[in-house]
Design a protein around this ligand. Structure first.
Ligand code: FES
Length: 574
């Protein structure tokens, strides 16, 4: 249903007035070769494109942007493609997480300062998803998300390879002396066979699934492989639909309600999704003005069966998931755990979007009474070592470690870890707990994905493949193992993790959701008094701004001044 007229459009302020400024805007649009018929009275649609030569996951985005444009033209809109920061996982150091908020700010401001009525958000590679959604939610103009789609399955000698997960697995085998250089080099040619995002249930797949469950994509969008012909047709459909959304005035904050966010969490848990989703969903909720806490995550996780049999928790990959029915089938399968009345970008409810969805392979989307795990993939831990919480992906660890106590082997930062981890003299056994300090939001900085600490070589050679590891870092969604992550407050700001010493006994109890350090309060107070706060090594530039404003992991690592829904004035047109 149409609620807006051409003179109600935001872009009308730029184009529709009989004044000097509008003359300039119209003349310069004509300079680009467009006629008045192309844009007069039409919704202006920004296509925010995170394409870059430095982001191979988005290598198809130039073509996809053209396909989105086709849809916009079909529906009577005026498309403008706008490049934004690509935030590609592969090359950016120390971590893309340091730049998620930069893309979020850029998204918000590029939409605000231009004559934009609606936006197509083209993202996929991990942080691009939350960043684009955070920015569009803050700007709150009609927006639709176009996921990049997963890449094809990897292949090596007929073995299926999954992004990340199988890299970690075979690297451990190589370090244990069980895989030669030749085999390792051959894998390099087979692990990433097409454009598109990591095809395990890593962060990209988790975030795309969550964003679909929250109603920000068209139905089924998050599982279509990037190379499938359905994907360009999806791009075109996004272009058509965003024009309608502008006329309907359907905005992100109409969609991103508490119910929608809980749907996102539940879907991520049912898929054994990435721990990174916790940080991102909390940040997205903060932009929508919806409270979402770690404890609510844990409640939702406990009641959600892990039915997505996908690596790293399970066996299959995104391509298999697509053939098995994809996200619509998964959502229909857990329908009773979702708020299906939530409205979505399609203009219909989630219930309407998943109507008639079927599972075509019950080995990939498992029966409800035979899940991989009775509860969701992620647990939230608390205790004297993590007063503000920590997380663990317990679905992807060796069950024998779910309750474990062992002596700490402490590394003060990543360089220290790299230097000593394979030292034959390192006093470590399979029962030890590896601890990494100074890897959090400020310590990293950027909370890098260092949380899957490598198993010491001498233990790998003994056949050890999992042990308890603990840090204030994140880990890749493709990673696995008994890795306690996101410890808050982080060690860099004086969280208890900073005071752990070699030999201290650390106790992990996942069923009881507990993480404890067996050191007396008095001793901890003594260590705290002797502690000297480290300084951020960036006196100027982006990291200096970041360090001043970033929040801790349990708060989503957004900037304090970007949270909330306080209205920001529209720019004056002078
Ligand atoms: Fe881009 Fe994994 S590196 S999605």
């Amino acid at each position: 249903m149409k609620t807006k007229t051409p003179t109600d459009l935001r872009s009308h302020r730029w184009f529709g007035k009989p004044d000097l400024r509008s003359f300039g805007h119209r003349a310069r649009t004509k300079q680009a070769g467009f006629s008045a018929e192309d844009y007069t009275g039409k919704p202006v649609i920004a296509i925010l494109n995170t394409w870059s030569d430095a982001n191979s996951c988005h290598a198809h985005f130039r073509t996809r942007a053209e396909e989105v444009k086709r849809g916009v033209w079909q529906a009577g809109g005026f498309p403008l493609e706008m490049p934004v920061l690509s935030v590609g996982e592969t090359y950016m150091k120390p971590t893309t997480m340091l730049y998620r908020n930069l893309l979020a700010m850029e998204t918000e401001e590029i939409l605000r300062c231009n004559p934009i009525d609606g936006a197509v958000l083209m993202g996929g590679c991990d942080k691009t998803v939350p960043a684009l959604v955070m920015g569009a939610t803050s700007m709150n103009i009609p927006s639709i998300f176009l996921p990049a789609g997963p890449m094809l399955r990897g292949n090596w000698h007929g073995n299926i390879l999954g992004s990340g997960s199988d890299v970690w697995k075979y690297w451990a085998e190589k370090r244990a002396g069980k895989l030669d250089d030749c085999a390792w080099n051959e894998m390099e040619d087979g692990i990433a066979r097409s454009f598109g995002t990591c095809m395990t249930m890593g962060t990209a797949s988790t975030m795309a699934a969550a964003v679909e469950a929250m109603g920000l994509t068209l139905p089924g969008a998050s599982t279509i492989p990037a190379v499938d012909a359905n994907h360009p047709r999806l791009a075109e459909a996004c272009g058509r639909r965003i024009v309608e959304m502008v006329w309907e005035d359907l905005k992100p904050r109409d969609i991103l309600t508490k119910d929608a966010l809980e749907n996102g969490v539940t879907a991520a848990m049912a898929l054994g999704g990435s721990t990174n989703a916790i940080v991102h969903l909390i940040a997205m909720a903060g932009r929508a003005g919806v409270p979402l806490t770690l404890d609510r995550f844990d409640e939702l996780s406990r009641r959600t069966p892990l039915v997505g049999n996908l690596r790293p928790s399970g066996k299959f990959l995104m391509e298999d998931f697509f053939y098995a029915g994809g996200m619509r089938a998964l959502l229909a399968h857990i329908r009773d755990l979702l708020h299906v009345d939530a409205i979505t970008v399609s203009g219909r409810t989630l219930a309407e979007n998943i109507e008639g969805a079927a599972i075509y392979n019950p080995e990939v989307i498992l029966p409800r009474d035979k899940p991989l795990n009775k509860e969701g993939g992620v647990a939230v831990l608390r205790g004297n070592l993590a007063p503000d919480g920590a997380v663990i992906k317990h679905a992807a660890m060796e069950p024998r470690l779910l309750q474990h106590a062992g002596p700490a082997v402490v590394f003060r930062d990543y360089n220290d870890l790299e230097h000593r981890i394979d030292d034959p003299a390192l006093p470590v056994t399979a029962d030890s707990v590896l601890v990494l300090q100074n890897a959090g939001p400020l310590g990293g900085p950027g909370m890098p994905e260092w949380g899957m600490l490598p198993i010491p070589k001498k233990l790998l050679e003994q056949g050890v493949r999992d042990m308890v590891r603990l840090s204030d870092a994140r880990m890749s969604g493709t990673s696995y193992g008994a890795c306690v992550l996101h410890v808050a407050p982080e060690s860099f700001v004086g969280g208890p993790l900073a005071f752990v010493r070699d030999g201290d006994i650390i106790e992990l109890d996942v069923p009881a959701r507990r993480l404890s350090l067996r050191v007396t309060d008095d001793e901890m107070a003594r260590r705290r008094a002797a502690w000297k706060a480290p300084q951020i090594a960036h006196p100027r530039g982006w990291v200096a701004l970041y360090a001043k404003h970033v929040t801790q992991a349990d708060k989503g690592c957004d900037f304090d001044f970007l949270e909330g829904t306080a209205p920001v004035p529209e720019p004056e047109i002078h």
